[in-house]
Design a protein around this ligand. Sequence first.
Ligand SMILES: [Zn+2]
Length: 334
Amino acid sequence: MRLPFVARRFANRALDACFLAPLDRLFANRFRGRVVCLLYHRVAEPGAEPVLDAFGTPPIPPRELERELRLLAAWGGRFMTLDELAQGAWPSPREVGLIVSFDDGFRDTYEAGLPVVEALGARALVFQISAMLTEAPALLWEHALYWLGAEDARFRALARSLDGEFAHLAGADARATVTALRERANASQLRAMVTTALARCGEREALADLARRWYPQRSTLDSARRNGHEIGSHGAHHFKRSALDAAAFEAELVASKQALAEACGIVPRAFSYPFNSHGVGDEAIAARHFEWVFTVDGGPLAPSFARSSVPRFTWPGPHPNALRRRRWLRTGYV
Ligand SMILES: [Zn+2]
C-alpha cells in the first residue's frame, strides 16, 4: 500500500535524522575501501534553461556540485580515473575511491561542471551524445520534443503531427504526451513526428540558437581532454533501448564511437547507456565496442568488479535539507 504524500514526507524526514551525528558514523564505513561512481547531468542554475528543466533531468548548480565533492573529499574521498583503476590502483581501507561522471555532454557540463572538478584536483568522465556535435545546429529529437512541449502553439503543432498509435495523445497535456512519446515511440516514429512538427513551427533560427547555447563545440571536448578529463560515448542519438532493435542499438554505438574519435582524436573506451536503458544481451553487444560500460544500477565497486557493467549512483535532485545531502552522499540513495 502506498503511503499518502504527507506520511511519506514525514517518514523521509525521519530517515534523514539517521544522518545526524553520532548515528551518521554507522554509515561512514559503508563505502570505505570501495570505489563509488557518481553520475551528474547538467550543471546550471535551475531556471536558466526552462525547456530542459521542464522535461529533462534537473540540473545541479555549480556551487552545490562543489559542496558535495568537497564534503566527500573531507570524508576521505580519493578522486580517481579509469587509467588508475586500469593500472590496479585501489583506495585504502580508510579511503573511498570516487569516479565523477556526467551523462549527455551539454555545454554547461564542460563550462560549469569541469572547472569545479578541476578545482578539487580531480578529473571527470563525460559521456557525450555524439549527435550534439555531428548534427548541430539541428536539435537532437529529444530536445526538439521538449521544445515543442514547452509552449502552447508549438505543442499544438506536435499534437497535429501525431499519427497511428499515438494519435490519441493529441488530447492529452504536453507533459503526458512528451513522456509517452519518449517512452513508447520507436526511433523512426520519433524522428518523423518531431520533423513534421518542427516544419509546422518553422522557427529554424530559434532552434539553431538553442543548439549553439546547449551543445558543446568540438574544441570544447578537445580542451577537456587536454585538461585530463576523459570523454566516453552516451550513444549517437540518446534513444531508449526500447526504441531500437539490436542491430540499430549496435549501429548507435559504432556511430558514436567513430564521431567522438573524429571529434577528440582518440577512440572512446567507455560507454554509458542512455536513460540507463538496457536489457538481456546488451552487455555483450556493448562489450564488443567498449572496454568500460557504465549503468546507473547503484552499488559501490568491489575489487572484483566487471568493466562490462560498472554501476553508478545518480544525483537524486535538489536536497531539501543538509541531512538529505548527507544521506545521499553516505548511501547513494535518498
Ligand atoms: Zn542521458
